[in-house]
Design a protein around this ligand. Structure first.
Ligand code: PRX
Length: 620
């Protein structure tokens, strides 16, 4: 047990019952405040403040403290580009890059509290851009580079971004994705954006708007490599990250400097037991919360060496990841069940070609890991030596909440138990804890990495997460707690789908379809899918006079790709004359889904148009 970061688990668990005292105590292990806090926790449900009164900036712990220590020459990021180019950046080098960009942002007038939109692929300049914003107290909002120009614009306009940071393009399956062209489209209608900083990744011609656009290398060239880190309040906003909800409008989840720093660093230290000699690879894209918390902030605070890989997992061959693990001697790999299932489909011969003996621990996130994928991962990647940490958490929670530790027992398929300092429960509809039956996954007490609200929408924050049960966080997941207290997450309880570990709202895709001039109405459901977990199926009612055709199907798929991004393109589109609705006009997705996958449809007496159900059945 001595080899683990957590020395005395039972004692830690006991101490953690007093959450305020506990988080104050353990925070000392990972953060250094500029000025100490007066109070650990201020909880006026549903509003929370952690480390009240402390002066702080997350960049101090993520960068400044390492750049002034022996870790200055330790590698922070190992980067592998899809074409095979490689770079290593030490903490000292990373610090210089961040300082230069931070100074450059200041010359563009970026100040504390301003929003900076970052639309970048998996290259080291993405964390550099995030850290440069945080350093000067600006709020970053990173948009996943797989999202479309329209989706980017929607987010930019929602939080009134002042400066955009992007790159000319990036590599994906040996093609160049023209990101700057997409930015150009997006900014056709984004009046708040004053300047655009463009990093040159691929070279080649790109659209350019003089005065507004600046090359990263030109802008930073003359800047000083020193820049003071802004002394903020520990509860100042660090970032906004948009995530899908049950309406067509994404939610801007807010995280703050102090609590998030404590939460990300400690949960990572506990669950993956990171030590200075580890090579950590969180393979998620930084555009999602997993990358924010566990490629950028958590590992940097711990002074870890992390891998960043730019490209597709199976390019040029299905062993690209295993080649990377072998080459850099990765010790801990953290990925999603959907990626495991993708590799599983390619077969075990691919990982066998490589020496994976450096691995000591594996991780999983994004959806429940099914037994086949668990076994395959355990046998073929971990060689039956590495345990699998199945971590449950969300964009809103900011950090792992329910997860095993390398020293606690596992039950494959279960995220096991709440971590020390977290109090998860399963509630029935009356708000009573239940065991051995599906119910609402809730959190009874606040935790440091939790979100601080939805950007400019306090009411939506209160309604969605805090109105169902008093003073209790509703996660929106269905879970079961077994007799041993292990949690089994069963999926979303709301109208949100989980496609390849990514949250997509049914209504988001429906809105995208309906925005096509040929579509009158659309209903979108998820069907079980071997690799993606869920695949999108759309039932579309066309406008009068429009003829259904395969060409139109392809056109609508592309249309959704343009509106949201490729991940949201439906796998199947069926043309129907009507979709089942209640008398008040609400689309009955539950009935559509049951009919489409061949399950009992239950009570349909409230339907205004029961005949529409038969048509769905015929479309199966
Ligand atoms: O349904 C749960 C599922 O992913 C949702 C959160 O999605 P997002 O905010 O995009 O963050 C994903 C990465 C943290 C949850 O509500 N989920 C996440 N982890 C697990 C999971 N479902 C089961 N097991 C998990 N380990």
């Amino acid at each position: 047990m001595d080899k683990h970061n957590i020395k005395n688990y039972d004692e830690l668990l006991k101490k953690s019952r007093d959450i305020e005292w506990f988080w104050g105590e353990v925070s000392k292990e990972v953060v250094e405040w500029y000025k100490p806090y007066k109070k650990v926790l201020e909880w006026t449900p549903p509003w929370v403040k952690w480390f009240v009164g402390a002066k702080y900036n997350i960049v101090h712990d993520a960068l400044d403290k390492h750049a002034n220590s022996w870790r200055k020459n330790k590698v922070a990021y190992i980067f592998e580009g899809e074409p095979g180019d490689r770079r290593k950046l030490t903490y000292g080098e990373l610090n210089i890059e961040v300082n230069k960009l931070a100074n450059a942002l200041k010359t563009l007038g970026v100040k504390k509290g301003d929003r900076v939109g970052i639309y970048m692929p998996m290259i080291p300049e993405l964390p550099i851009a995030m850290l440069a914003c945080a350093k000067i107290g600006a709020i970053h909002t990173v948009v996943f580079s797989g999202f479309s120009a329209i989706a980017f614009r929607e987010r930019v306009n929602d939080c009134k971004v002042k400066v955009v940071i992007t790159c000319d393009g990036f590599y994906r399956r040996n093609k160049i994705v023209p990101l700057k062209s997409m930015v150009e489209d997006a900014l056709q209608d984004a009046p708040s954006v004053e300047n655009v900083v463009v990093y040159k990744r691929t070279g080649g011609d790109i659209p350019w708007t003089p005065k507004r656009d600046h090359w990263w290398h030109e802008l930073t060239q003359a800047q000083s490599s020193k820049c003071d880190t802004e002394m903020l309040d520990a509860n100042d906003i660090l970032y906004i990250l948009y995530t899908s909800g049950t309406t067509g409008k994404p939610k801007g989840v807010i995280h703050a400097h102090g609590g998030y720093a404590v939460g990300t660093a400690l949960t990572l230290k506990w669950v993956f037991d990171l030590k200075d000699e580890d090579i950590w690879w969180c393979a998620a894209d930084i555009g999602w919360v997993t990358g924010h918390s566990y490629t950028v902030y958590g590992p940097l605070i711990l002074g870890t060496t992390s891998v960043i890989y730019e490209g597709a997992p199976n390019y040029p061959g299905p062993d690209r990841w295993w080649e990377i693990v072998e080459k850099y001697r990765v010790t801990v790999l953290y990925t999603s069940p959907t990626s495991v299932r993708l590799f599983m489909r390619h077969g075990e011969a691919w990982p066998k070609k490589h020496d994976l003996s450096s691995l000591r621990l594996l991780g999983s996130v994004g959806e429940p890991i099914n037994p086949e994928a668990w076994m395959w991962y355990y046998k073929n990647i971990g060689k039956e030596r590495c345990q699998i940490m199945d971590t449950w958490w969300q964009t809103e929670t900011g950090t792992f909440c329910i997860s095993p530790l390398p020293l606690t027992p596992l039950k494959p398929g279960s995220a096991t138990k709440p971590l020390p300092g977290f109090t998860a429960e399963v509630y029935n509809e009356e708000g009573k804890p239940i065991s051995n039956a599906g119910g609402n996954l809730v959190m009874l007490t606040p935790w440091p990495g939790m979100f601080r609200g939805l950007y400019k929408d306090p009411k939506r924050y209160e309604d969605i997460y805090w109105s169902r049960f008093p003073n209790t966080y509703l996660a929106g997941d269905v879970a079961r707690k077994d007799s041993d207290g292990f949690f089994w997450i069963q999926g979303r309880s709301d109208d949100v789908l989980n496609v390849s570990g990514h949250r997509i709202g049914n209504s988001e895709v429906e809105s995208a379809l309906v925005s096509n001039s040929k579509v009158a109405e659309a209903a979108v459901i998820g069907k079980p899918h071997e690799v993606k977990g869920e695949s999108l199926t759309a039932f579309v009612v066309l406008k009068k006079g429009v003829e259904p055709s395969d060409e139109l199907r392809a056109e609508l798929r592309e249309h959704v790709g343009k509106e949201i991004g490729k991940i949201a393109r439906p796998d199947e589109i069926w043309f129907v004359s009507d979709v089942p609705k209640t008398r008040s006009g609400k689309i009955m997705r539950r009935v559509i889904k049951a009919k489409a996958v061949g399950e009992p449809i239950g009570d349909i007496s409230t339907l205004a148009n029961p005949e529409a159900v038969d048509e769905i059945g015929r479309a199966r």
